[in-house]
Structure formats: C-alpha cells, structure tokens
Design a protein around this ligand. Sequence first.
Ligand SMILES: Nc1nc2c(c(=O)[nH]1)N[C@H]1C(S)=C(S)[C@@H](COP(=O)(O)OP(=O)(O)OC[C@H]3O[C@@H](n4cnc5c(N)ncnc54)[C@H](O)[C@@H]3O)O[C@H]1N2
Ligand code: MOO
Length: 290
Amino acid sequence: MRIATGARLPAGAERVIRDEEIVADGPVLRCADPRRNDVRPMGSAWPSGATLAAAGTAIDPALVSLATAAGVAAVSARGPVRIRLHTSGDEVGAAGRTGLPETAWGPVAALFEAAGCAVPRGPHLPDAPASFRAALLPDGADVVAIIGATGRGAADRLRDALDGVGATLPVDGVDVRPGGSLLVATVPDGPIVLGLGGNPMAAVLGAALLATPLRAALLREAPRAVELLPLADANPDDRWRMLPVEPDGAGRWRLPATVATPHLRDAVGRRAIALVPPLARPGDLAERLA
Ligand SMILES: Nc1nc2c(c(=O)[nH]1)N[C@H]1C(S)=C(S)[C@@H](COP(=O)(O)OP(=O)(O)OC[C@H]3O[C@@H](n4cnc5c(N)ncnc54)[C@H](O)[C@@H]3O)O[C@H]1N2
Ligand code: MOO
C-alpha cells in the first residue's frame, strides 16, 4: 500500500519502506534490505516524562516549537524585564543654541530590547530634584534606567534623589572606558536604578555591559558561557575598553582607532560591542557584550 510521508500507519501494517528503497517485481514490491523500517513510533523522540529544557532556559523560537511538538500547551515563564528608560538634563532636547538634540534614548532602548527586555519610555527628567525623585517611585517597572546625571556635577540630581530614598549603590563606577561612569542602585521596596553616562556612546556601551547580566539575574536564568571574539587589532590602552567592533572577514574583529563619546559615529554599522582587556594584542580574546 502506498502512503505519504508522515501518514498514519495503516491498520495491520508492520513496516514502512521508502519509495526509493522499493524494487517492483511485477505486482510484488520488494525491499533489498530486510531491516529497513521507516515507521516512527509515537513517543520515540524522547521517553515519557523527559525534561526537554532545563528550568531557567530562555524561551526562543526553537523552545516554542519543541513545546508544541511535545504537546505542551502552556509553560510558566518569568519576564520580560521591564526597564523604564529616561533621558535627563535641561540642555537635552532644548531649543536654541544651548540645546542639544536627544540622541541616546533610541540606541539604548534598542540594546535593552535586543537583550529581551521591554522598554517603556519614561518622561525626560529636567535637572530638578523633584523630577528625579518622581522617577524613583515604583510603578511596576523592574528597573529604572536614566541616561545622564551619573556625574557629580552641580546639575546632576540623581545622587541626591537616591540618597533621599535610602538607596544603596552596589556599583558606583566601573574601571572601563568609555561608559565607566555608570551606577547601579537598589531602592528599598522600589526598582533597581541604572545610571548611564550621559554621552550617547557612554550610555550605549554601559547598557551593553549591563543588559545581559541584569536580565539573567532578574529572571534567574541558567548561566551561559560568554562569547569570545578574537581581536585583529591591539588595544594600546592599559585600561579595559568597551568598543564597537566589526569582523575583518578572516575570523578576527577590528577595533576602531578612536571612539568619540558625544555621538555614535564610531558605532554606525558595527556588528558587535566587545569588552577588550588592557594592552590586548592581535589574536587575544574579548568578551562580546552585544
Ligand atoms: N569634571 C569632570 N566632568 C566630567 C568627567 C570627568 O571625568 N570630570 N567625565 C565626563 C564623562 S567621560 C562622562 S561620560 C560624563 C558623565 O556624566 P553624566 O552621566 O552626568 O552625563 P551628563 O553630564 O548628564 O551628560 C554628558 C553629556 O552628554 C549629553 N547628553 C546627556 N544626555 C543626552 C542625550 N539623551 N542625548 C544627547 N546628549 C546627551 C549632555 O548634554 C552632556 O554633554 O561626565 C563628563 N564630565
Ligand atoms: O566615561 Mo565617559 O563614560 O567616557 O563618556
């Protein structure tokens, strides 16, 4: 009897032989190999009760497909991490010669979104204590991220606002540049607060550094190995650097010669962001952050 691939086994049949394995001998169909059998018994892919993905596995399209194949109609999941993202500073977005165009929210949001986070836009925060105090109020966001105001300048109200709500700062600056001026604070009964350096490149690189570990910690994901990129160029700097990088087409990754922080010129078209060790030489490895 002829059946289509994937059809149910007809009642009484014992074997399924592929069309190309069959030799027709008049009305009789013969199979050269007597062991050949293409029946796929129900439940043969994995034993009943098997764990198909460990707890803490990130949900990706393959996992959704696998759950569907296994007849699993619902899974319980954590996330996505909700990051309310604000810009700050009186000069940012202001009209006239003192104003600067706002150029950091979009790329920072894109980075957090690429890491699987939901990124609602918070209001722009003028340099006034009340605006920063309001931003720290809980509203269901897991994280409040603020671009700018990490510094200790007269206009930087974030630290005062954090003091006012009794926040602690587990991270207050990271020895890496650019973008090392970032801070991470926890507010009692409130959100986690990220302060990202205000220069757009600093904000983007700081977000790249924090996005994946933050998501992994908040969602209690199973730890995963980092991705390492072999470098095509040296890092002459004796400090850690975060840099937009691009493949050289021969298995290594090129570093930009310079990185300006007030704009993203040196990030345009770059396929990854790497954390490059001090004095790295060509062939050394750098962690891929994004
Ligand atoms: N006395 C010192 N001042 C500064 C130093 C320093 O070492 N000593 N470091 C500079 C560096 S590097 C950085 S990064 C910043 C970090 O300070 P903040 O995080 O408080 O950043 P802001 O002062 O708010 O902004 C810095 C710069 O970026 C512009 N900005 C801010 N937000 C945006 C936006 N959304 N779009 C476009 N541009 C933005 C802002 O106008 C400032 O020009 O501290 C430096 N100062
Ligand atoms: O440290 Mo700033 O973060 O270099 O631009």
